[in-house]
Ligand binder design. Structure first.
Ligand SMILES: [Zn+2]
Length: 93
């Protein structure tokens, strides 16, 4: 299984049996399975390139203007400058 082979931790939900998961899927407007929810992003179908890209990044809200910033994971502490408000901060990735 792709996600396991990659060593990603994930939670699998069966929308045929799990009504909460089914409602969540409907609320997010997901129309097909398998669907992958990574942070705030949704990938429908096993689009490995897209999943890889999302798994290598994380979404962080700018502490100043709350803009969503997509930042790499696992790079230690990096200095981030918000492209929107130019606020600079250090972030543990
Ligand atoms: Zn900002």
């Amino acid at each position: 299984m792709y996600l396991q082979n990659k060593g990603y931790s994930f939670e699998e939900k069966d929308v045929n049996k799990d009504m909460d998961a089914r409602n969540d899927m409907i609320n997010r407007g997901i129309q097909g399975v398998p669907a992958f929810i990574i942070g705030d992003e949704v990938v429908v179908g096993l689009d490995t390139a897209k999943i890889e890209n999302l798994m290598r990044h994380k979404i962080v809200n700018c502490p100043s203007c709350n803009a969503k910033l997509r930042l790499p994971r696992g790079k230690g502490t990096i200095k981030v400058t918000c492209p929107k408000c130019k606020y600079g901060f250090n972030l543990e990735t």
